[in-house]
Design a protein. Structure first.
Length: 586
C-alpha cells in the first residue's frame, strides 16, 4: 500500500496518546486527513473509511485497478449496490451509448425482465433507502468540526493580558513559510496573467489543512445541526459572534430578527447581511477543517480571526482610485471566499495590515532574534502581567477596607498607565454600575472576570464599616443613589463612536479626569501642597510591589546582557540601569 508506513505514523501522531481507535469518528476523520495528505484520491479514501465504519474488509488504495477484469466482475456481482458497481455501470453506459436497460436485456433475455425493466430505467435511477440515508448524512469530518464548535460555543475572544496575542516561535516559523509560499504563488499568478494564461491554483494553506468542498446543501445541514443542538437563543449568539469577525463596517455585520408573519418567525432573518456573512465565514471554517491556514492547528471559533488578504482598511484609497464609494470597496474587500483567510489570533495580530515584502521582512526580523531576545520578551510579558495583577489586588483590598489615601493628587500624578487603570477599576468595584455589578456577580469571560457569588456580601460588609447600610437583597439597590451612582467611565469619554475600549485618554487628560471625578463624588483628594503638610505613613504594600517588580526588572536586564546582538555601548547602558535598580532597593 502506497506510503502506508508514513500514513500510520502521521495518523498515530494526531491521535491523543498515539493510540488510534477505529470506533472513534474523530480518529477516522484524522485518518482521512493522513490518507489524503500522502496522495490518496478522495473516492478511494471515502470508500476505504466506509468499509472501516461498516466493518467490511479493508481494501488498499489501488485495489480496484489492481484487479483483473474477472476480479472486478466478481466484486460487482458480490456488491451490486457499491459505488464501484455503479461507477462501472456508468462507464459502460458512456462507452457504448446504450442504456442500462438494453445492456441488461441483452445479457438476460427474460421476457419478464423486459417488461419490468423499461418502467424502472426510463426514469432517473433512484437511490436505495440505505444510499439515501448515507446521502443525507453530513460528512463525518464536517460533523466533527461542528461538534468542535458546539464544544467551544461559550468561549469568547481573548482580550486581556499583555502578550496574550504574541505569536510563539513556531507560529512565526509557520508564518514565514506560509507568506513566502503565498508570495511565490502571487508571482506565478502575475506571470500567467501577463501571458494571458488561466491561473486556477487554490491559495496555499498549511499542509496539515486538508481542504474540502462545502456546497450549499452541506452548509445548510451544518447550520441546521448547530441550530438544533444550541437552541434558538444560543444559535443567534453564535451567528452574531461569527458575523462580527474581521473588524468590518457594522453595515456588513447587521443581523435582524424576523417579523411576525414572516416564514421562520421567531428567529433571525437569513437574508440580513450579517447572517449571510456569518454563513460564508462558517463555510470557510468548515472548508479548512476548522484549522488555521497558517499554522495548521485546530482553532476554536473564539480564537479564529478573519484576515483580509488585501487589507480591508485600503477601501478608502481604492475608492479614490476607482471613482467609487468607500462602502462599495469595503463590500468587495470583504469577499469571504475570495479575499479572506481564517487564522489564529496571534498570527492575525502580528500581521496587522502588513502585506507582501513588509510582512515578510517583519517575520524575518522575528526569526533573526537571538534566544536571549526571545527570553527577554517572555520575561517582560510576565513582568507586565504580574504587576497588573498585583496592583489590582492591592487597590481593591485597600478600598474594600475603606482606605482611599492612595487617591491623592501626587499619587495619581506618579501613577503610570497600569496603576491608574488599577485605581479606576478598584473604585468601580466599590461603586459598581448595574452592568458592572452583574459582571462581578455572574462573571464575564471576555473581561477575565470570574463569577463571585459573595460579591454583594463583600460590598455590604465594606460599606457598613464606612457607615453605609446597603439593602439586604441586591434586587432592592437604588442605582441612582450612592455609592452606586459614583461609578466612573474608564473608556467612553475619548470622543470616539466605535470601539469604545480604545478610547481611553492619554496620561495628562486622564489624570485630570480622575482627580475631577473623585473630587466631584465627595472623595478627599489632597493636592501635592496639602499632602506635604501631612505626615503620610509609608504604604508598605505598595512598596512591596515596587520592590518585587524591581527584582524582576533586574532579572530581565541581566538576560539582555547575555544577548550576543547587543553592542558594547548597549551593554554598558544595561549595566548602568542594573546598578540604578539595585541601588533603589537599598
Amino acid at each position: 500500500m502506497k506510503n502506508w508506513d508514513k500514513i500510520l505514523d502521521d495518523f498515530a501522531r494526531k491521535c491523543k496518546g498515539g493510540a488510534p481507535d477505529m470506533t472513534n469518528p474523530r480518529h477516522l476523520a484524522l485518518l482521512r486527513e493522513s490518507l489524503l495528505k500522502f496522495g490518496w484520491k478522495e473516492n478511494a479514501t471515502n470508500e476505504f473509511l466506509g468499509n472501516l465504519r461498516d466493518g467490511k474488509e479493508i481494501v488498499t488504495e489501488d485495489w480496484w485497478s489492481d484487479l483483473d477484469p474477472e476480479g472486478q466482475a466478481k466484486y460487482i456481482k458480490a456488491h451490486p449496490k457499491s459505488k464501484k458497481a455503479q461507477e462501472a455501470e456508468a462507464e459502460k453506459d458512456d462507452e457504448d451509448g446504450e442504456s442500462k436497460k438494453k445492456k441488461k436485456s441483452k445479457s438476460k433475455p427474460d421476457k419478464k425482465d423486459k417488461k419490468e425493466k423499461p418502467e424502472k430505467k426510463s426514469e432517473p435511477q433512484k437511490p436505495s433507502e440505505e444510499q439515501q440515508q448515507e446521502k443525507d448524512k453530513i460528512n463525518v469530518a464536517v460533523k466533527e468540526d461542528l461538534d468542535f464548535i458546539l464544544e467551544h460555543s461559550e468561549d469568547v475572544r481573548t482580550q486581556g493580558g499583555a502578550g496574550s496575542n504574541t505569536p510563539s516561535r513556531q507560529q512565526i516559523k509557520d508564518m514565514h513559510t506560509f507568506y513566502e509560499e503565498r508570495a511565490k504563488q502571487d508571482a506565478r499568478r502575475k506571470e500567467a496573467e501577463e501571458k494571458g494564461e488561466p491561473f486556477d491554483e487554490e491559495p496555499y494553506v498549511h499542509p496539515d489543512v486538508v481542504q474540502r468542498e462545502i456546497n450549499d446543501e452541506t452548509l445548510d445541514k451544518s447550520i441546521d445541526y448547530l441550530k438544533e443542538e444550541l437552541g434558538p437563543e444560543e444559535f443567534e449568539k453564535l451567528m452574531r459572534f461569527i458575523s462580527k469577525g474581521g473588524a468590518v463596517s457594522p453595515a456588513l455585520t447587521k443581523i435582524t430578527k424576523l417579523k411576525k408573519g414572516q416564514p421562520g418567525y421567531p428567529g433571525i432573518d437569513p437574508d440580513s447581511p450579517g447572517y449571510k456573512r456569518a454563513r460564508e465565514i462558517l463555510r470557510l471554517y468548515l472548508k479548512n477543517d476548522g484549522k488555521c491556514v497558517v499554522t495548521g492547528v485546530p482553532m476554536p471559533l473564539a480564537q479564529c480571526e478573519p484576515d483580509h488578504r488585501i487589507p480591508y482598511g485600503s477601501a478608502a484609497d481604492e475608492a479614490k482610485r476607482n471613482g467609487t464609494t468607500k462602502e462599495e470597496e469595503q463590500a468587495k474587500l470583504d469577499n469571504i471566499q475570495g479575499n479572506m483567510d481564517l487564522v489564529i489570533g496571534p498570527v492575525n495580530q502580528f500581521k496587522g495590515s502588513l502585506v507582501e515584502d513588509k510582512l515578510l521582512n517583519e517575520i524575518r526580523k522575528e526569526l533573526a532574534l537571538s534566544d536571549e531576545a526571545v527570553e527577554t520578551r517572555r520575561l517582560e510579558t510576565e513582568y507586565t502581567n504580574a504587576r497588573t495583577a498585583a496592583l489590582n489586588k492591592h487597590y481593591r483590598e485597600k478600598f474594600l477596607n475603606g482606605d482611599y489615601t492612595s487617591l491623592s493628587e501626587r499619587r495619581i500624578e506618579e501613577a503610570d498607565y497600569a496603576e491608574r487603570n488599577a485605581m479606576m477599576k478598584s473604585w468601580n468595584y466599590l461603586h459598581p454600575s448595574k452592568k458592572e455589578f452583574k459582571e462581578q456577580l455572574e462573571g464575564k469571560k471576555s473581561k477575565g472576570i470570574e463569577p463571585d457569588l459573595d460579591y454583594y456580601e463583600k460590598l455590604k460588609k465594606s460599606w457598613k464599616a464606612q457607615g453605609v447600610e446597603l439593602p439586604d437583597n441586591h434586587d432592592d439597590i437604588d442605582w441612582d443613589n450612592p455609592p452606586f451612582n459614583k461609578w466612573m467611565n474608564r473608556y467612553g469619554f475619548g470622543g470616539g463612536k466605535s470601539r469604545e475600549r480604545s478610547n481611553r485618554q492619554s496620561a495628562v487628560p486622564e489624570r485630570k479626569y480622575m482627580i475631577e471625578h473623585f473630587t466631584s463624588q465627595g472623595q478627599d483628594v489632597p493636592t501635592i501642597e496639602e499632602e506635604k503638610e501631612r505626615d503620610e505613613v509609608v504604604d508598605e504594600a505598595r512598596e512591596k510591589i515596587r520592590n518585587e517588580m524591581t527584582l524582576k526588572q533586574i532579572e530581565i536586564e541581566k538576560v539582555k546582557l547575555k544577548d550576543p546582538d547587543k553592542s558594547d555601548a548597549q551593554k554598558k547602558n544595561i549595566k548602568r540601569k542594573i546598578d540604578k535598580l539595585q541601588k533603589s532597593l537599598e
